[in-house]
Ligand binder design. Structure first.
Ligand SMILES: NCc1[nH]cc(CCC(=O)O)c1CC(=O)O
Ligand SMILES: [Mg+2]
Length: 323
């Protein structure tokens, strides 16, 4: 063939492939979500093979190993004992509670590790919703935001570096920023779950924490999976309210949303590869159908290519070891 233009020339050796590569994935892009519980023992999570609920001593160890592999941060999800769950979710701002104790232990052992906390009421709420529930079943927005501010301040007092509101109430970013600033926590960042969709991919996570809603679903606050422009509206609001980082969740089925928000905002973008995404790969590998490490790496590279700066993933430690 008389073919002067041959794209394959740029793929012909590992060296040229290194030089033309457009996207890289490093451990420095990863955030490791960790489940925690009371007591001295770890509990393997049946619904999420490879994941455990850690006791605080082993949480510190696991986070230290991840950090030594180059992972900059962890995000904490507590399993709260049923007897501490109330309609008002008061345990979420108990300074002696599980999450503040975990933050203190992690920061004492690993001062350079970023500790990120989930700000939402579902692990603490006897209703299993991210917000307070009215007698008629409605999720109360403004009343919830007041409690979220108390929760974020509790995490900040314990030493959290970043608070990550995952509740999808309106106006919570501005309220959290004001509450943090007025108590002197101007250095604490807000990673906002900006476009969090009402997704079936969260199923295994809710099993891990016994945090499924007792009644109804989360569609009045989490977004409709059919919508894109609405995500841009949420992103514009969170940016104007003072968010430091915008998050899209889930990640893999919402790559277009990551790209659209990337193009619309100057803020860094996080993406959460959620429990169901993790499990699809784990299940395929367990059946002998997929190469777990290769597919996990490719799934994360795809999320980076879409425009995410950082990725929350249950594969973080394993992938960091491979990288
Ligand atoms: N505030 C709750 C929360 N924070 C993170 C996840 C899901 C994470 C995952 O599936 O891995 C959820 C579940 C939900 O919204 O019901
Ligand atoms: Mg919003």
């Amino acid at each position: 063939m008389n073919l002067p233009i041959r794209p394959r020339r740029n793929r012909q050796s590992p060296a040229i492939r290194d030089l033309v590569r457009e996207t890289v994935l490093t451990p420095g892009n990863l955030i490791y979500p960790l489940f925690i519980q009371e007591g001295d023992e770890n509990t393997p999570i049946a619904a999420m093979p490879g994941c455990q609920r850690w006791c605080l001593a082993d949480l510190v160890k696991e986070a230290g190993e991840a950090h030594a592999l180059g992972i900059p941060g962890v995000v904490l999800f507590p399993r709260i004992p049923d007897e501490l769950k109330t309609p008002g979710a008061e345990e979420c701002h108990n300074d002696a509670g599980l999450v503040p104790r975990a933050i203190r232990a992690l920061k004492a052992a690993h001062p350079t590790l970023m500790v990120i906390t989930d700000v939402a009421l579902d692990p603490y709420n006897s209703d299993g919703h991210d917000g307070l529930v009215a007698a008629d079943g409605r999720i109360l927005n403004d009343e919830t935001v007041t409690v979220l501010c108390q929760q974020a301040l509790c995490h900040a007092r314990a030493g959290a570096d970043i608070v990550a509101p995952s509740d999808m109430m309106d106006g919570r970013v501005a309220a959290l920023r004001a509450a943090l600033d007025s108590d002197g926590f101007t250095q604490v960042s807000i990673m906002s779950y900006t476009a969090k969709y009402a997704s079936a991919y969260y199923g295994p996570f809710r099993g891990a924490l016994d945090s499924a809603p007792k009644a109804g679903d989360k569609k009045t606050y989490q977004m409709d999976p059919a919508n894109t422009i609405e995500a841009l509206r949420e992103a514009a609001l969170d940016e104007s309210e003072g968010a430091d980082i915008l998050m899209v969740k889930p990640a893999g089925p919402y790559l277009d949303i990551i790209t659209r928000i990337r193009d619309a905002s100057t803020l860094p973008i996080a993406a959460y590869q959620v429990s169901g995404e993790y499990l699809m790969i784990k299940a395929g590998a367990a059946a002998g159908w997929l190469d777990e490490d290769k597919v996990a790496l490719e799934s994360l590279l795809g999320i980076r290519r879409a425009g995410a700066n950082m990725i929350l993933t249950y594969f973080a430690k394993k992938v960091a070891a491979v990288l």
